[in-house]
Design a protein around this ligand. Structure first.
Ligand SMILES: Cc1cc2nc3c(=O)[nH]c(=O)nc-3n(C[C@H](O)[C@H](O)[C@H](O)COP(=O)(O)OP(=O)(O)OC[C@H]3O[C@@H](n4cnc5c(N)ncnc54)[C@H](O)[C@@H]3O)c2cc1C
Length: 316
């Protein structure tokens, strides 16, 4: 169909899960080139190629310079030369940074919050609105490449068995004042278990837990099951847990094998972030709670009784 460019995010040569998800879709749509900032393109070339990328355009080592401005400026110049059909980004901090800068540099519009891409007489983005109750389809009509920002977990990452992608170094234009900015320190958030958006089991708590201290039961259950703890926005807003725990429309999208929702009502904004889970188990004292409409297993009961009983039954 055309050339599809994908923003590749890597850490020490390991490709992020969202990048692999985007590649799974991109290779269905056309020939795939990825673009990348940093010194680890050669290390990542095997995995990127295996997932369908034939070429990596990289800035190379940026000597602790900011990746966003350098990558956006270099990709804008290259994309103007080669005119790809579309440029795909994951909805991540890095993806949003580069997409915004690229949009300005190329005077190209961006469609955000995309959950699917359809190849129907040009590339069409599918975007859920009104809390995921309906979808809007949007297509670019202009000459410039369409920039799509895609939500995590929209596609399933799968190897295509391709050979290593060819690495090509981009020319970085003069970046002006931003070129002299340097990253002086990095902070990696410590966590014991799997990441919320990558865990096979997610245990989430909501306002039905009653008070912040009771969230420990959620952490304990997640820990015992080898999963990650999540939360509804109500308890994030109440300050019980950090925003990084939030599942839903304005939080993380999760698709684990098992999702346990304890004391969560099931507002559409929450469900849009977890309804793709394979098995959903809900614990709620109200038999009419909307969460039961999508639950595979529903426990009508008090979380203060059900969770301790579950913890005890699982044991150490
Ligand atoms: C623009 C927008 C974006 C939003 N984004 C998100 C989002 O990303 N994620 C999100 O989660 N929300 C989001 N929300 C908020 C959402 O609408 C709900 O307000 C929120 O999800 C409710 O959280 P909750 O289910 O924990 O609380 P509640 O709705 O108050 O539900 C608590 C539930 O606990 C049950 N309960 C109470 N006591 C017990 C007990 N002892 N044992 C068992 N059950 C009990 C109750 O029956 C009830 O069903 C958003 C809202 C808006 C407007």
């Amino acid at each position: 169909m055309g050339n599809i460019w994908v923003h590749a995010e890597t850490t020490d040569g390991i490709v992020s899960s969202i990048t692999l998800e985007l590649l799974a879709k991109a290779r269905e749509l056309g020939e795939v080139t990825v673009f990348h900032a940093g010194a680890d393109a050669e290390q990542a070339a095997g995995e990127l190629g295996e997932h369908g990328a034939t070429r990596i355009l990289t800035t190379g080592d940026l000597d602790n310079g900011l990746p966003g401005p350098a990558l956006a400026a270099a990709v804008a110049a290259k994309a103007t030369e080669e005119s790809p059909l579309a440029i795909l980004f994951g909805t991540t901090y890095g993806g949003r940074d580069v997409a915004g800068r690229l949009s300005v540099k190329m005077d190209a519009p961006v469609i955000t919050n995309i959950v699917d891409l359809l190849d129907s007489d040009g590339l069409t983005g599918v975007e859920p609105v009104f809390g995921g109750t309906t979808n809007v389809k949007t297509k670019f009509t202009g000459e410039t490449p369409g920039i799509f920002l895609i939500r995590p977990k929209s596609f399933t990452a799968e190897s295509a068995g391709g050979s290593a992608a060819a690495v090509e170094t981009l020319t970085i234009p003069d970046l002006g004042a931003t070129g002299s900015a340097r990253v002086t320190n990095r902070f990696v958030e410590e966590s014991d278990g799997p990441k919320l958006d990558e865990a096979g089991i997610v245990v989430s708590g909501g306002r039905g837990l009653g008070e912040a201290e009771n969230f420990q039961m959620i952490e304990d259950l997640a820990g015992k099951l080898g999963g990650a703890a999540g939360a509804s926005r109500a308890i994030v807003d109440a300050g019980w847990v950090p925003y990084s725990y939030q599942v839903g429309q304005t939080g993380k999208v999760v698709k684990p094998d098992v999702y346990i929702a304890a004391g969560i009502s099931g507002a559409t904004q929450h469900m849009v972030g977890m309804k793709g889970s394979k098995t959903i188990i809900a614990i709620n004292k109200d038999p009419e709670a909307p969460i039961f409409s999508i639950a595979d297993l529903g426990i009508v009961g008090d979380v203060h009784k059900v969770l301790p009983a579950l913890l005890e039954a699982i044991g150490d």
